[in-house]
Design a protein around this ligand. Structure first.
Ligand SMILES: [Zn+2]
Ligand SMILES: [Zn+2]
Length: 296
């Protein structure tokens, strides 16, 4: 059985947030999923230039970069968002892997072979490794991501750098094995779980909107690495199209409907403000109210 916390007072949290006078009307949603962020690696230290295309000149320090996969649970479903990287890839890129995301999932009580649906937000190395570790899964990907990762832009070293040819090749094999569902723009994975292409960071980047008891939560993945990228409208330096990235922030905000309901892809703040959901792995419950609000 998965080791998960039981929270008897979800409704209490909703009431508490109303009491704090957050201007938010939470209507009970038909599909209330749980979402867990599983942290599997961290990159430290970093400089401001690694986190912002144009850093604030007064900034001298920079946040660490955390790596996550996300597990959506509800209605008898376990849906995985992204698959992280493995030890081999970590070594090749001099990254420190805490543990393989597949092992993190197992320690959380979810065997990889029970996963039927994997949403791949984009094919960058830290989101699309381990694709051979989910024998019963169907992979959900945007048309444009597959085209981008196998097309002419990959002849450019800078654009190619975040991709691993092994990961992309494995995804091509899954296409040939009829295990990929392609989405073009918006798509539904299950009732209350939808994907939305935003592009920008990678041409076919998609974000995931999930209905929870506290309203819709948007897993922004790399549409915003940090809260600050979106809040300051300041791009992360790895970017294919800045215009699409800027538009992506608007889409993420609109889909979430509240500043406390978007989850950046790599921000260590997530692990500070969301309740810990396991004593075995770094898992954080995103369907619960954060301890800090971004409402001004
Ligand atoms: Zn990325
Ligand atoms: Zn990333």
């Amino acid at each position: 059985m998965p080791c998960r916390l039981t929270f008897a007072d979800d409704n209490g949290l909703v009431r508490a947030s109303a009491k704090r006078n957050i201007q938010e009307k939470v209507t009970p949603m038909g599909n209330a999923y749980e979402i867990y962020a599983l942290r599997y690696a961290t990159m430290s230290p970093r400089t401001p230039h690694l986190n912002f295309l144009v850093p604030d000149p007064h900034e001298t320090t920079a946040q660490d970069l955390d790596y996550f996969v996300w597990l959506i649970r509800g209605g008898g479903r376990d849906i995985l968002v992204d698959t992280g990287f493995n030890a081999e890839e970590a070594k090749a890129r001099s990254r420190k892997l805490t543990l393989n995301p597949v092992d993190a999932l197992a320690n959380f009580g979810v065997a990889a072979d029970t996963i039927k649906n994997v949403i791949v937000t984009h094919l960058h190395y830290d989101h699309a490794g381990n694709l051979d570790r989910f024998p019963n899964a169907r992979f959900h990907l945007q048309d444009r991501e597959m085209s981008y990762a196998t097309g002419r832009c990959m002849c450019n070293g800078m654009l190619r750098h975040p991709f691993s040819v092994e990961h992309v090749t494995t995804m091509v094999r899954h296409v040939y094995g009829e295990r990929v569902t392609f989405h073009s723009g918006d798509g539904e994975i299950a009732p209350g779980v939808s994907v939305h292409r935003v592009g920008g960071h990678s041409d076919g980047l998609q974000v995931v909107r999930v209905e929870t008891a506290r309203g819709p939560v948007v897993l922004a993945s790399d549409a915003a690495h940090y809260y600050a990228n979106l809040q300051k409208r300041s791009p992360f330096p790895i970017v294919y199209n800045v215009g699409d990235m800027a538009q992506g922030w608007e889409i993420v905000e609109r889909l979430a409907g509240h500043p406390d309901r978007f989850i950046p892809g790599h921000d260590p703040i997530v692990s500070e403000i969301y309740p810990r959901a396991s004593d075995k792995v770094d898992a954080f419950a995103l369907h619960l109210q954060p301890s800090r609000s971004f409402v001004k």
